[in-house]
Ligand binder design. Structure first.
Ligand SMILES: Cc1cc2nc3c(=O)[nH]c(=O)nc-3n(C[C@H](O)[C@H](O)[C@H](O)COP(=O)(O)OP(=O)(O)OC[C@H]3O[C@@H](n4cnc5c(N)ncnc54)[C@H](O)[C@@H]3O)c2cc1C
Length: 414
């Protein structure tokens, strides 16, 4: 009989096994993973660099249908702002996941508030966990697909063959299923009577029917982008936007994507509105255009925005080829308005194969402050399976690691 069985050796599962063993070396722990190695998703995070946290982490970077303020104290990592103190922590007196990462040998570096492993490689994070868990004699079974979990009076049985006093579900969400996260946690939790909030792909691109989208494939630029739902601006982001095939993409678009699938299913009209020249007001652009009266409008615009966009905007407004001096006042006003409000109808989002994270999941109100199920004693859930998701910028791994810490604080006492 194991003291604890952790299902899933992704970010949260690896961290949970490590912290449990650090806090209570006597615990007999089993880590079960259906892949042939641990952390398959973690390896592709942050474009292979693994953005594992953010110095600005606080609860406002997260979404959930439940009140998540009770977890705020764990997510506040101001204590580690002194990144110069980047040494292996022999004493774990700060209760935050960064201290544990350092303790197991993952040194951290900061890049504009974003936290990365010092090595700049996600693989070093996985290898450090692997080494550390092996050294602590944590039992790990690879190629072990959990398909069944049952509860007896004081223990659990996994796949009719493994017994454990406590079980931690760390099976992730639905995003990037090829990495192993295929939604198993939701199925099991439903069987134990848990409510699963609707699941949607989040941190993904937005599909548009903009007539000229193919002509601007590959264009990327800094701008301000807003989400407009039924003619009301609901959210605004500043950053780089990128156009690919039929999609509006880029980190700030990802951050707007969370509720888009839901809005579309509800029949709402969704648009993104891009301000291509946020640093210039109407009269400044008017003055700029008027300096080049003998130019075609697309040539004039290519002085301030991407050349391909200059052409498509001119075509969209049926002004392509027209000299500035031939344009009416209204036409010039239209051009300026479009530079500040280039509008893309959104008809779909990327699916779970392309979404970085799942929004929705196991309703948090049904769990204690230590993330133990209120419906089944001894059953804990961590990571993306829960109904909490963060923006781009290291917040999702921060939650995966932090939730592992929260659960370990409770289980290690036993
Ligand atoms: C392309 C991409 C880039 C990302 N970049 C970042 C980033 O830079 N920063 C950031 O904060 N977040 C990032 N994320 C999000 C982040 O990776 C996840 O939120 C995080 O990995 C979730 O951790 P988890 O432990 O809950 O689940 P996962 O990491 O998905 O781990 C779940 C594990 O459980 C295993 N499993 C599932 N079912 C079973 C079963 N039945 N039996 C046995 N094992 C099972 C899976 O094989 C998997 O190994 C990114 C995501 C993607 C897809």
């Amino acid at each position: 009989m194991y003291d604890v069985a952790i299902i899933g050796a992704g970010a949260s599962g690896m961290m949970c096994a490590s912290i449990l063993k650090i806090k209570n070396p006597k615990l007999k722990i089993l880590l079960l993973e259906k892949n042939d190695k641990m952390g398959k998703k973690l390896l592709i995070t942050g474009n292979g660099r693994c953005n594992l946290g953010n110095l600005n982490t606080n609860i406002s970077n997260y979404n959930s249908t439940s009140n998540i303020s009770r977890f705020e104290k764990y997510l506040d990592i101001k204590k580690i702002k002194d990144t110069k103190n980047n040494k292996i922590s022999p004493v774990l007196d700060n209760e935050n996941y960064i201290e544990y990462l350092k303790h197991i040998g993952i040194l951290i570096k900061e890049d504009n508030g974003l936290l990365y492993p010092y090595s700049n490689q996600a693989i070093s994070v996985c290898k450090s966990f692997e080494r550390y868990l092996k050294n602590l004699n944590v039992n790990i079974k690879y190629n072990f697909n959990v398909t069944k979990l049952t509860k007896e009076k004081n223990s659990f049985t996994i796949n009719d063959c493994i017994k454990a006093k406590k079980v931690v579900i760390a099976t992730g969400g639905m995003s990037y299923p090829k990495t192993g996260s295929t939604g198993f946690g939701y199925e099991i939790l439903k069987k134990f009577g848990h409510k699963i909030e609707n699941l949607y792909p989040s941190l993904t691109y937005l599909k548009t029917d903009y007539k000229y989208i193919k002509e601007i494939d590959g264009v990327r630029f800094d701008c301000i982008i807003s989400l407009n739902v039924n003619d009301v601006i609901t959210e605004t982001q500043k950053g780089q936007v990128q156009f690919t095939k039929d999609f509006v993409s880029g980190i700030c678009t990802f951050n707007l994507s969370r509720n888009v699938k839901k809005y579309l299913q509800e029949g709402k009209k969704v648009k993104v509105i891009v301000n291509l020249v946020p640093n210039y007001n109407k009269s400044e652009i008017e003055k700029y255009i008027s300096e080049f009266k003998n130019y075609k409008i697309e040539d004039t615009l290519s002085g301030i925005i991407n050349n391909k966009l200059a052409s498509t905007i001119s075509k969209q407004l049926k002004l392509y080829g027209k000299l500035v001096k031939q344009m009416t006042k209204k036409e010039i006003e239209n051009v300026i308005y479009t530079l500040h409000n280039l509008t893309f109808n959104i008809i779909d989002t990327g699916d779970f194969n392309t979404a970085q994270v799942t929004s929705g999941g196991a309703n948090l109100d049904e769990f204690t402050d230590y993330l133990e199920s209120k419906k089944c004693k001894g059953l804990y859930v961590i990571g993306e399976t829960l109904d909490i998701d963060g923006k781009c910028g290291g917040y999702n791994l921060a939650w995966a690691f932090t939730s592992a810490l929260i659960v370990s604080n409770d289980i290690s006492k036993t």
